[in-house]
Write a protein that binds this ligand. Structure first.
Ligand SMILES: [Zn+2]
Length: 509
């Protein structure tokens, strides 16, 4: 809050990792360098990495190897491809912004010479995490009001604070602070919804991340618009400005919810989004309040209402979806709605427990998100993975639901599918965008490591992320931020927070 179906990918069991066929590798026995894992790979192609598959031509070096921009190695390469391939002692070759080869490091190094090569000792390489729902700039409001019910929190604290304090400078600093936190934690793509979307997009451009940036549509006075018509008009112009302008940034429409927009306004937003050819992200069936409001106002629940007015006739990302009925879940699957599960926010505001296992069983595409930092209070996707799994297990009283491979899929390839980027990011495969991370697992809290998938979900945290690459560009190397000035952003955020706190104290006196 503010303001696909997961395939059984992995064959991992405690104590071993079995490999599925790897697209680009030879018959091969690969030994894990330290543990009891012996992975036996069979081959589909029966040959080494194929330069002919490379989407971007590379020049041949003197030794006959193809030159690529970057090679990223890892003791384990967790590809998150459809077969659940984990490559021991693997590497990924990148030219410009695309992955041109994935395979055993020995074969990648035999066929490619990287202008730069990142060593993989003690590292797991995997796709970057996808945060499917955020309000990035709300990092500046984390902790400003806690332990409150959703509508009390929104109407009496967050909305008034936003009208008073949120301006382009607030959004610039807050979004930059959020991007710092997300990059540090291994998030490479996020779906944001907040005010002053041009400012958000400019920050995303500068820091190098990939994002869907929503222009908020809401029928109340907000920091950047007067009402629904004004915000919708501004959203349309934002989409026009940014569509196709930057390959990492997709402008989208962010109608806030069905209780801050009426049915006509929701329908008009869908029409405008379809006219602009961009997706919609919306809070959907989040709280008991929303459910009751919808029934009282429309005689229907949220998703029934949306279906009845054609709101789902186009790419839709539904944040939360905590209270779908048994009749509504098939609608979500049929309409290809990407559901974003935000377990921390749902727990903190006591919104409820989303029926994630049932939605996955029904074929709904489900990803994970943090929501805004004011209701979380951080942007840690590792925590979301862990809590998504545990919350569902205890709610269902079934420890087998939302296994480690399932939630890792939700945070990567499944999340990419849910937001409509499944053909571009979320897995490490030839032709995909080079959005990937190295996770260190040589810290003592990773000892012993029997099963890397289990460790990624149940042990790793954001401090373990060592290197982050988006679109082939290194944004963080060995925990060194390369695109954001940490000291400056922290100082600016502290200074602004001091002003906010003083104003809040003056108001409450
Ligand atoms: Zn939200």
């Amino acid at each position: 809050m503010w303001g696909g179906q997961v395939p059984p990918l992995f064959f991992a069991r405690a104590g071993r990792v079995r490999m599925a066929p790897v697209r680009l590798q030879a018959d091969h026995v690969m030994k894990n360098n330290s543990l009891i894992i012996i992975a036996l790979a069979t081959t589909l192609a029966g040959c080494s990495p194929q330069p002919s598959d490379a989407p971007s031509a590379t020049s041949a070096a003197d030794d006959g190897r193809q030159t690529v921009d970057l090679i990223v190695a890892g003791d384990h390469v967790v590809t998150m491809d459809g077969a659940g391939t984990v490559i021991e002692d693997g590497a990924v070759a990148i030219t410009e912004n695309l992955i041109v080869a994935v395979g055993p490091a020995a074969e990648i190094d035999a066929d490619y010479r990287g202008t730069e090569r990142l060593d993989g000792t003690g590292r797991i390489v995997m796709p970057g995490l996808i945060n499917g729902h955020s309000h990035a700039a709300m990092t500046l409001l984390r902790g400003v009001a806690d332990d409150l019910a959703l509508m009390d929190w929104l109407n009496n604290y967050i909305f008034p604070a936003e009208v008073e304090f949120v301006d382009p400078e607030f959004v610039r600093i807050g979004t930059e602070l959020a991007c710092w936190e997300m990059i540090r934690g291994g998030t490479t793509t996020f779906v944001d919804m907040y005010y002053y979307p041009d400012v958000i997009a400019e920050v995303v451009d500068r820091c190098g991340m990939r994002a869907y940036v929503s222009a908020t549509v809401i029928d109340q006075r907000s920091p950047d618009a007067e009402d629904a018509a004004d915000s919708l008009d501004k959203a349309a112009r934002f989409a026009e400005r940014w569509k196709g302008a930057n390959s990492r940034i997709t402008p989208i429409f962010g109608p806030h919810a069905n209780y801050t927009l009426n049915a006509e306004q929701l329908a008009a937003t869908r029409t405008a989004a379809n006219d602009a050819g961009v997706p919609i992200s919306i809070h959907m069936s989040e709280s008991p309040f929303e459910l009751q409001y919808s029934k009282d106002t429309y005689g229907m629940t949220t998703i029934e209402l949306m279906e009845s007015i054609g709101f789902l006739d186009g790419p839709t990302i539904g944040a939360h979806v905590v209270w779908p009925t048994d009749q509504e879940i098939p609608i979500l699957a049929e309409r290809n709605v990407g559901v974003i599960h935000n377990p921390t926010s749902n727990m903190k505001i006591a919104s409820g427990i989303a029926p994630i296992a049932a939605m996955l069983d029904a074929g709904v595409r489900v990803g994970l998100g943090t929501d805004g930092a004011a209701s979380n209070n951080d942007l840690d996707m590792w925590e979301e993975m862990r809590l998504a799994s545990f919350l569902q297990k205890v709610e269902q009283m079934d420890p087998e639901v939302l296994s480690a491979p399932t939630v890792l899929t939700m945070a990567t390839s499944g999340g990419a599918e849910a937001i409509g980027l499944g053909d571009q990011v979320g897995s490490l495969e030839v032709g995909m965008k080079a959005d990937l991370i190295q996770v260190a697992f040589d810290d003592v809290h990773h000892v012993p490591t029997y099963d890397v998938i289990s460790h990624l979900v149940f042990v790793s945290d954001e401090q373990d992320v060592a290197t982050v690459i988006v679109d082939g560009r290194i944004l963080m190397r060995d925990r060194d931020m390369l695109t954001i000035d940490t000291e400056r952003v922290a100082a600016e955020a502290r200074a602004l927070a001091t002003r906010i706190q003083a104003a809040l104290e003056a108001r409450n006196r």
